[in-house]
Design a protein around this ligand. Sequence first.
Ligand SMILES: NC(=O)c1ccc[n+]([C@@H]2O[C@H](COP(=O)([O-])OP(=O)(O)OC[C@H]3O[C@@H](n4cnc5c(N)ncnc54)[C@H](O)[C@@H]3O)[C@@H](O)[C@H]2O)c1
Length: 702
Amino acid sequence: MKGTVHYEQRGATALLTIDNPPVNPLSSGVRQGLSDGIGRALADESVQAIVLTGAGRAFIAGADIAEFGGEAQGPSLHDCLKAMDDSDKPIVAAINGTAFGGGLEVALCCHYRVIAPNAPVGLPEVKLGLLPGAGGTQRLPRLIGAAKALDFILSGDPIPGPQAAELGIVDEVAEGDIVAAGIAYAEKIIAAGSPIRRIRDEDDIVAADRGKPEIFENARKNAARRMRKRFAPEMIIQCVEAAVNLKDFDAGMKVEQECFSRCIQHPQREALIHVFFAEREVAKIPDVPRDTETIEIARAGVIGCGTMGGGIAMSFLNVGVPVTVLELDQAALDRGIGVIRRNYDIQVQRGRMAAAEVDERMGLLTGTVRYEDLSSADVVIEAVYENIDVKVETFRKIEAVAKPGAILASNTSGLDIDKMAAATSRPEAVIGLHFFSPANVMRLLEVVRGAKTSKAVIATSMKLGKRLNKIAVLSGNAPGFIGNRLLAGYTRQAGEIILQGATPYQVDNVLLGFGMPMGPFQMNDLVGLDLGWRARKLSGMKPEDVPITARIADKLCELERFGQKTNRGFYIYPEGSRAGQADPEVVKIVEETSAELGIERREIDDEEVLKRCLYPLINEGAKVLEEGIAIRPCDIDIVYINGYGFPEVTGGPMFWADQQGLDTVLADIKRFQEIYGGDIWQPAPLLERLVAEGKNFASLQA
Ligand SMILES: NC(=O)c1ccc[n+]([C@@H]2O[C@H](COP(=O)([O-])OP(=O)(O)OC[C@H]3O[C@@H](n4cnc5c(N)ncnc54)[C@H](O)[C@@H]3O)[C@@H](O)[C@H]2O)c1
């Protein structure tokens, strides 16, 4: 059995110390030790109280994920908790460090809780498609009320000790020796002869929530908005409703158990656990060992302070790294810095930041129009216009001033990193750091390795991603890298489908229904239809050479319908609204365009729309894997979930494909190839091979 619990008597108190390095999960040995320790303390007449704490950094970090799915050994957690609850000697949790999930539920089963100021507590189960199934949904509302309990359980985010005390989750924050504080607390309870406080028996707080259905309506509304398509939140809400309305604790526990099993059986749980492990996996790069020496990043330089440069600068400022931004001229610089300031001011207005914090962050920002001012930066990231000649010229200038050992990076969306590297005499220092818009918000960072990029530069970039609170995924250097390369097929299909018979609104609705945050045409309206239209005009492209999938957008631009920015695009946006309305005028333009191109329109059902938009991601994903651009299928999943809004509950496109069955996916791809032809439907050899061998993408991860 794994893990143990040490037993020690201090005066009249039995001290139980959970010891299961590194973070004291509730493994079989811990449950056995808890059960034995509680039994021994109860049987010993010289013991009047029990204090429970953790060895090392953690109190209890949660369940032992390694035991999931296996045969459970030793006593169940429920049996341990029942023994604790029933104890007629007071039990005090001395929360020395992390108390997550089952760990916090153990603490809630103790009669009192003291906590170290830096110890975080949290119930992260919702993030894995689960709910706190060891009484957490029943005890927490009894302790802090339904509304606060719902907020806490539905967010899944940890909070530090003092905030837990403010919420009422713990009784006392203790500086210094937490075990001594726990024992002192227990002695105080005994000296006062206070009755034991079992949360299960408390009713006052939940009684005040009875007859207030609005608490649950609000929670449902928030969950629908913030956790679209998620199954576990509704289960959590039903459990808390039971805690409030059923009065009887055991009846509530029964509801919790039923809801927990429904979560366990739901396919979302498997997908979310895949994502959980994938997020850790993507940090591993086979030829760049974990102990690769990294470069210290104390200062950053950003060239170009437009949409991306400004967001990238904010990402550094947000974690306290000083930044120098460089622009073409003073006017552009003032504009760029003004936007950064305004973005922070909005956060202050929304109560998300203190004004003093803004000053602190802005204090770390310097603007310049001279390259020499970038000479002290440890990493310089260019975010100038997406044009290879401009980028190459920029790299020449960076290299002339950058200090030896500095990382020279490009935020290009898909241009050749090696061409930029070749413009310098230190190609080993050059790398792609592809942030997503808005760069201060989006979690994905695609790190693009060039042919000569050094391992130290790769390792530092991956580490930098983490420091910037992002998730870094390594990509090879090929057009569009991982994300934008896959996206091309998705958007092209959406464009073809509307020429063949669907409306933009049908296509968007199908993808929204699947769980994407917006459909491809809503996305076009948000980005601006005019960008592509202007680029085509500037390049002098002849009308007959414009790709057919761009014809409708270009017609809309001729009518000055550029998207959200002009309140009209594929949708109409009533003044001040971002929610677009369908427009019959656009449907007419779509139909006319089909007729001009000689395409006969027909009804296209939703299933075909979905498959034709998503299967190119999978087919191209297989090609990207085969070419070694992405290391593992899960890397593609993480890119799509964090950079493109692919619903997390599906596990990402490659995991989702496995769940559909690769044989059926391939059969459809072949069917579309016969009907529509084109590279896009040319089956990836890897996909054919996996199907022939009866394997799936997951088999490549093993
Ligand atoms: N916008 C996005 O969604 C997005 C997402 C990821 C990556 N990118 C990439 O980021 C880069 C910048 O895109 P953006 O959307 O921020 O463009 P932008 O037009 O908003 O900003 C570019 C800025 O660079 C400045 N600039 C241009 N040439 C310069 C030079 N030689 N020296 C100094 N400053 C110069 C311009 O004045 C402008 O402020 C592009 O490579 C783009 O492909 C964009």
